[in-house]
Write a protein that binds this ligand. Structure first.
Ligand code: FAD
Ligand code: NAP
Ligand code: SF4
Length: 673
């Protein structure tokens, strides 16, 4: 037998009454399917697919123990017997696949998005319009009893355990941290008093559910906010939680209101595993490392170096339900890697849409988007190997069609070949590796360096045009001046720009090009210590809240990022990542202006009017990032020849195009051919 490539990752974990098959914990993640009884069959299918993929221990999205603890009105809750039946669908489906599943109990406290929220003290969260009501002593008792009852009901519903959410700034964390607990009674003040709520919840839950039930506690180990707990306090709380009956301690990094990114793609891989490692000598129960662990070699490294006993991954298992089985069978190169973009998961959940995944549109649609083998294989031509064409070609070939993929350039990826050059977007390489491997596995006939013509396509039964976009050239006086170039020239290295650069257009690409221009040398996302220094994380994880004064490196250039529409640039970027892009550019002193009128470009530079005031930006270069238009030059000749091609991705609609739409559209089309 060949030795396992990841011996630590795949080692079983004996918890006494149950043995987990490996060290992978699927971290809690809200999908939106938890909120409606009618969606539980879909939720069951979603978890069952991950259990079939051999995940060691699954944790559900947060379920509130009562109404005041709801994240938002009508979100998932378990406090009544009649709510049990829907949960049994989930536990039965997971157990049928040999999986183990715990329900997360999450009381939102002051993060609840409704006016009935409660907290230790009436202190409004900066990310929530509602001010919480301070709990009375009786109110506190009622919350503890609600936790215990939810755990008992979870046991009745067939869960193998519960995870008590004590981090990320939710209710229990609000009791623990001086930032949010200003009480002067026995529930606030001294550490012992601030710990009381967490410890009472754990002690009484353990007493109620018995020993043969997993009790995970998610402890905030690095809060990344002012007024957070100190390291000594965290160690003390961890020890007491172990004594109170916790079976596994999971790591929590950062409150939701923290202004340090913790899971975005620019966060270095496993950047925070050192926090878990620091707690290791102080407790004897298994510890779980979290955040930006997305590939088996990273997970194995964390475990082999003794930093933790398990690794938690949430989004990587959304991206690929077969992550574990692929690792176990030596097929890590087939993993569809989470690129930490948040675009289809967290950004959806924040606007009350069902979660999915940019690289895997089947996520949370397991029962609807099914790639069935085709009974009637066809000859399919796909033109363009950007995200849309790659998804269409590989899904169609996986279903048994004979697919030829034409790509004009010498490599697959389309615009992802530009995206991956942006500092902090190195993960985009993984998507290209994944699709490259899928092309080999599914037998797609890839024709690189071939700009397809209509004539090349006539012999095929179906023609898919995924030819992408062409950059828009705005009608500005002097747009053909030698100072002007396109973002493509800059990112491909065809054009070396000077020290002072203006960008016309502040959409996603404008922001990315600005990020590219202010950096020089290796990306800080590949060097955790440099990244922590930039964002103000104490590398020793000692200071209260784990914060240190940010020390950004000086920008490589002076950059102006401009948009015509009024308001601050970047307002339309992703809900959960836009603030990071804006903060990153502020750190590099990028001048960001909305309400800009472009007057002309000449030898002196870019003449603009900003909020009515004429100004000359005496820049060396003007880079145009003014959006895109569809490139579909093949559509007309094909139609003239009597063929009806399918248009996907940018070739279909360029406005507001992103890879999420491109991949979903390509996959859905291929599932229907
Ligand atoms: P494209 O990626 O443009 O691919 C089209 C392909 O067709 C090209 O490879 C082209 O060579 C080929 N082609 C054209 N004509 C022919 C022909 N006649 N014969 C053969 N081949 C042909 N999106 C996100 O969702 N998140 C991000 O964070 C993100 N970041 C980005 C950063 C940058 C710097 C850029 C430039 C884009 C970014 N995008 C991002 C956008 C994303 O890359 C695009 O939405 C996506 O690539 C569109 O996919 P597509 O397949 O429609 O087109
Ligand atoms: P975009 O987001 O549509 O932004 C285009 C920019 O150009 C805007 O600032 C626009 O706003 C400006 N513009 C449009 N027409 C103009 C004109 N005629 N003259 C001057 N300015 C003009 O497009 P993009 O930046 O090219 O990005 C393309 C797609 O890639 C986007 O849809 C985006 O979702 C995706 N993407 C996503 C990310 C991400 O991190 N999620 C990153 C990169 C790209 P004004 O008109 O107000 O100036
Ligand atoms: Fe990961 Fe992006 Fe998919 Fe979310 S949408 S799971 S962040 S790849």
């Amino acid at each position: 037998m060949t030795p396992s490539p990841y011996p630590h990752l795949l080692q079983p974990l004996d918890l006494g009454h149950v043995t987990l098959r490996n060290r992978v914990l699927m971290g809690s993640m809200h999908t939106g399917l938890e909120d409606r009884a009618a969606d539980f069959p879909k939720l069951a299918a979603y978890f069952a697919e991950r259990a079939r993929g051999e995940v060691g221990l699954i944790v559900t999205g947060g379920i509130a123990p009562n109404l005041v603890g709801w994240l938002k009105p009508f979100s998932g809750k378990l406090s009544m017997r009649w709510e049990l039946r829907r949960h049994r669908l989930v536990t039965d489906a997971v157990h049928a696949e040999g999986g183990v599943i715990c329900m997360q109990i999450l009381h939102a406290g002051r993060y609840a998005y409704h006016p009935f929220q409660v907290a230790p003290s009436p202190i409004k969260a900066p990310i929530n319009p509602f001010t919480p009501r301070a709990l009375s002593r009786r109110g506190i008792e009622a919350q503890i009893r609600a936790f215990v009852r939810a755990a008992q009901l979870a046991r009745e519903a067939g869960y193998d355990g519960v995870e008590i959410m004590g981090s990320e700034g939710y209710l229990i964390n609000q009791f623990l941290a001086p930032r949010t607990n200003h009480r002067t009674d026995e529930w606030g003040g001294a550490l012992e008093n601030r710990q009381r709520f967490a410890l009472e919840v754990v002690r009484r839950t353990r007493a109620a559910v018995g020993r043969d039930f997993i009790l995970i506690f998610r402890l905030s180990m690095l809060e990344l906010v002012e007024g957070g707990s100190s390291w000594e306090e965290i160690v003390d709380t961890a020890r007491k939680l172990e004594a109170a009956g916790v079976s596994i301690l999971n790591t929590g990094i950062g409150w939701h209101e923290a202004r340090v990114p913790t899971i975005a793609t620019s966060v270095p891989r496993a950047a925070f595993a050192g926090v878990t490692a620091k707690l290791k000598p102080h407790v004897s129960i298994p510890l779980v490392a979290v955040n930006r662990i997305n590939m088996p070699e990273v997970a194995e490294q964390v475990l082999a170096s003794g930093q933790a006993d398990m690794v938690s991954m949430a989004r990587p298992l959304l991206a690929d339900p077969e992550w574990v089985v692929k690792a176990r069978t030596g097929r890590a190169d087939e993993i569809n890697t989470c690129i930490a973009c948040n675009q289809a998961c967290l950004d959806h959940v924040f606007v009350n849409r069902k979660a999915s995944c940019l690289v895997n549109p089947r996520a949370c649609s397991e029962t609807e988007l099914v790639y069935r083998p085709t009974p009637a294989p066809k000859r399919i031509a796909v033109v363009g190997a950007g995200p849309a064409g790659l998804a269409a070609a590989t899904v169609a070939a996986q279903r048994g069609h004979r697919v030829t993929l034409f790509e004009a350039s010498e490599r697959i990826g389309g615009q992802f070949n530009l995206a991956r050059r942006i500092p902090g977007k190195e993960e985009f390489n993984e998507t290209l590796r994944y699709f490259g491997r899928q092309i080999e596995r599914t037998g797609v006939d890839l024709r690189l360096g071939v700009r397809a013509t209509a004539g090349d396509l006539m012999e095929f039964d179906e023609i898919v045009l995924a030819t992408g976009i062409r950059p828009r050239t705005p009608a500005i006086e002097g747009i053909d001046h030698p100072k002007v170039c396109s973002y493509i020239d800059v990112l491909t290295g065809a054009r070396r720009v000077g020290r002072r650069v203006a960008l016309i257009g502040a959409g996603g690409i404008g922001f990315d090009v600005a990020e590219f221009l202010v950096h020089e040398g290796p990306s800080p996302s590949l060097e955790p210590s440099r990244w922590m220094q930039e964002w103000g994380v104490d590398p020793a994880f000692e200071a209260p809240g784990g914060l240190a004064p940010p020390r950004p490196e000086p920008p490589a250039r002076e950059v102006w990022l401009l948009q015509r529409s009024p308001g601050r640039p970047g307002a339309r970027l992703g809900k959960t990542t836009g603030w990071i892009h804006r903060a990153a550019l502020r750190m590099k002193r990028v001048h960001m202006h909305g309400g800009v009128e472009y007057l002309r470009i000449d030898d002196a530079g870019l003449h603009v009017r900003i909020e009515g005031e004429p100004r000359l930006l005496d820049v060396d270069d003007v880079v145009v990032c003014a959006g895109q238009e569809p490139l579909r030059e093949l559509a007309e000749p094909l139609q003239a020849a009597g063929r009806t091609p399918h248009l996907i991705g940018g070739a279909d609609v360029a406005a507001e195009l992103d890879a999420k739409r491109a991949i979903a559209q390509g996959s859905r089309l291929a599932a229907s051919l």
